[in-house]
Design a protein around this ligand. Structure first.
Ligand code: AMP
Ligand code: MG
Length: 395
């Protein structure tokens, strides 16, 4: 059994960023990571832009102007303004190069084609300068940026249509267990609904990993061997749920040994998720997660997600840990580190009831895991604690 920090370090050590890079259109880029710097092809804004509906003024010394026309958003004109002239202008419209300021319409009066200012105009006020946001040729977004809706929107404003991204791994999710049946069928005595594979594939999807295939296998040595042999050839990452403990019908470990995968570790000093197993077979990464649903999901957030993010090129892939203040009292029963389902609200973390590894109810409402390292045996209200954000959509 190895400590949590050692297990995290080993997962990091044995995963590497993919070398596969793809060019995708912006609309397909959500959840991917930039494999190259994106350089801005244009100045943004590409011209001096009015930030207000109002009037562009020929000088800032006057307070009375003759109105000589207008410029609408999208117009391609550059009227020449004399010092005592102004034009009507609208948000987003190009500001005439001779204009010294834009005044918002709320601060003016118009009487018989003459504009009167309620207050003096200020130089360049309400004008977005050329290239205020970014200059042509400057770095728009660096390699390693995780692409979200805002980054897609931003790149679209620059006229970027395609980006180079790291290819996402192909991931197999294997549920093991004779007792598992698909939701929708009637339960017979002794059966439960299989929930881990849909839970893991959904968690993956939340973080932009869509190339997943779900498999189911009975607790049978030969069937497990056949399936694992096949998936090892077809996927970059294998997530196995269940069958990794010490029961007589837990065949996953035996089969992986038979297939000569390189075991990196088995068993971590943590609760939940003690029987976590991590291995490599050439470039394929294998996690065998404990079957208990809450253990499976805990291990996913703590070990699998950072590994997948590293593989797919996310620069800031390490497990996110923040500190917070505990609202709860908790005494550990053993010496293992614990990851407790908790809610974080107003900067304080409250430990939820129902921490058993077989239960998902608390997980469903938790927004953090509260991490109690091995060396800490109890926490009290007011203590500073480490928390790991979970159940969030893509960052
Ligand atoms: P195992 O790790 O195979 O010993 O399973 C531990 C516990 O988790 C048992 O109670 C299993 O029935 C349950 N379990 C295993 N796999 C799943 C799954 N895919 N969905 C729901 N429960 C599971
Ligand atoms: Mg089992």
């Amino acid at each position: 059994m190895i400590p949590v920090e050692k297990a995290l370090a080993l997962v990091d050590q044995y995963t590497e960023k993919t070398k596969n890079i793809l060019t995708v259109s912006l609309s397909e880029a959500l959840g991917a990571t930039l494999a190259n710097d994106v350089i801005s092809p244009i100045h943004m804004p590409p011209f001096r832009q009015s930030a207000m509906d109002g009037y562009a003024l020929g000088s800032i010394e006057e307070n009375k102007f003759n109105l000589v026309g207008e410029v609408q958003a999208g117009d391609n004109s550059d009227p020449v303004l004399q010092k005592d002239e102004a034009i009507r202008i609208f948000t987003g419209a190009p500001v005439p190069s001779t204009a010294k300021s834009v005044i918002m319409q709320e601060k003016t009066k118009v009487v018989a084609k003459q504009l009167f200012l309620d207050e003096p105009a200020k130089k360049d006020a309400n004008i977005r300068p050329l290239a205020e946001q970014i200059k042509q040729g400057d770095l728009a977004l660096p390699k390693g940026t995780f692409i979200n809706a805002a980054s897609i929107g931003y790149l679209a404003t620059l006229g970027v249509t395609h980006v180079e991204v790291y290819k996402k791994p192909s991931i197999a999710i294997i549920a093991t267990g004779n007792e598992l049946i698909k939701p929708g069928q009637e339960l017979k005595h002794g059966q439960i609904y299989e929930s881990n594979s849909i839970m893991l594939s959904t968690a993956l999807q939340t973080f932009g990993f869509k190339n997943t295939t779900r498999y189911k296998v009975e607790d049978d040595y030969d069937a497990t061997l056949t399936l694992l042999k096949k998936v090892l050839q077809q996927h970059d990452v294998i997530l196995i749920s269940g069958g990794i403990s010490v029961g007589d019908y837990d065949f996953v470990g035996k089969v992986l040994r038979e297939l000569q995968v390189k075991e990196i570790f088995y068993k971590v000093k943590q609760k939940p998720g003690k029987p976590l197993y991590f291995a490599k077979k050439e470039h394929t990464t294998i996690f065998a997660l404990p079957g208990n649903p809450a253990s499976s999901l805990s291990c996913f957030y703590i070990y699998v997600l950072p590994a997948l993010q590293k593989i797919s090129g996310v620069a800031d892939y390490h497990l996110k840990r923040n500190s917070s203040i505990s609202n709860s009292t908790y005494s550990k029963k053993g010496v293992r580190a614990e990851f407790l389902k908790a809610t974080l609200k107003d900067g304080k973390a409250t430990i939820l009831d129902g921490q058993a590894s077989s239960m998902l109810r608390s997980f469903a409402i938790a927004n953090v895991l509260l991490y109690i390292p091995e060396e800490i045996s109890e926490i009290n209200p007011g203590d500073t604690v480490q928390i790991i954000p979970i159940n969030q959509m893509m960052h």
